[in-house]
Design a protein around this ligand. Sequence first.
Ligand code: NDP
Length: 474
Amino acid sequence: TQADIGLVGLGVMGANLALNIADNGYKVAVYNRTAEGTQAFMEKAGHLKDMFIPCYSSEELVANIKAPRPIILMVPAGAPVDQQISVLREHLKDGDILIDAGNSDFHDSNRRYKELADTPFTFVGMGVSGGAEGARFGPSIMVGASEAAYGRIEPILKAISAKHNDEPCVALMGPEGAGHFVKTLHNGIEYADMQMIAEVHEVMTKSLGLSIEEQAKIFSKWNEGPLASYLIEITANVMGVIDEESGKPILDIILDTAGQKGTGRWSAVEAHLLGVPATGIDAAVAARCMSASRSLRQEIAEVYPQLDETLSWEEKQEGIDACESALIAGKIAAYAEGFAVLAAGGKENGWDLPMGDIARIWRQGCIIRSRFLDEIAQSYDENPTLESLYLAPTIAERMKDAVPGLREVLCMGISNAIPTPALSSALGSFDMIRQKRTAAYVIQGQRDFFGQHGFERTDKDGSGYHGPWPAGGA
Ligand code: NDP
């Protein structure tokens, strides 16, 4: 019998997704660029072997799937996706659906959606989150597709997706690159979440003198409260692991340069292009870049030695509680930024992004899954046109409670030269957005002084006013 679906690219993600699909009772035709990849996959398929049809060319793949065919591409973003589309399009027929499930740049998905609009098959750009484990046992899935195409692939996506209280973590985000856009911002928030956790860890180490083992316990405890999330949970786990070779906590021997593949940066760039800066996310991306400049850091550290005197909390527990609050406030800020960029991007691209659904499908399967997402989903249910998460009553209460702790942690960090770029930037933006009157009048004064750009007045209507600047100024 023919397969129900096809899958191209049997790497880490593709192989796991194929196994997940088969687990759910769908027969999968699988194809990998190199035949060895297909063979290796079939050898590891175990009891699910009969659920797969190994194929060794695009033509064979297409011939082995029941029409109309859904085919998932799980290859690296960029040129490989275009290459595979150009090969497959020769064989695809009326009604077929080609789904790019890699981490594609949403601008590419927009382009492909338009370029392929006149072909007999339909293109779908789909964001998949949750890493290898998610792909295998249930990812969070963000789909960019026409409603008709989504309707046809929905049953299979619901089956393979993560479930939150039996609700499948998959939803249609909109047409074109909407799915990949939402996935990009998911990763941007993930960058901020991870960086903020790292910053708080450093404050706990240097200002509170807490060992990694002690911190592992604290993170486990936090995971039972408002911070409950996958990232807090795995941080506790990572902190608890001892390196077999050195006998030290593994975190003591992991090199301090963080990698990145681009989606965090795309979020930051997009935020700037949309005029909705996401400074916490931005700083998290920048922090990864700075972590990579290891040798430069060694040199500069020689010029600027560590501080002689360091501040600390008098009461340890007070410091620990402040650190928890800092993470809560930082997290709210990161999500507020991410959702603001989502809203602006949706508007810019003419997509009616389902904000509540986004929060809902991120509650399981993906890396940023957290208890807090329930509150976000609820906030959008109560007010679907919510302009900022900071305005949602439950979130505002939480933020008001947590911000003092964040300020305390930042005072400690800044006084002790402990870098806290993501937390500081997130607080900076929050403090800016909560001002009735910002200091931008100084900038307007300067702009008018040097460039006669004109300004508006607080006491009169109209624009184009100028200051009585001394001669030579303007
Ligand atoms: P891998 O490197 O493990 O696998 C890549 C696969 O793509 C291999 O099967 C490879 O085939 C194939 N491939 C590479 N180049 C081409 C090409 N030019 N034409 C056809 N096939 C090609 O990557 P992952 O599985 O980790 O990632 C796949 C996609 O999923 C990426 O877009 C990634 O960003 C995304 N993703 C990854 C996550 C993760 O945690 N790893 C999480 C979410 C998304 P061959 O065996 O011949 O080299």
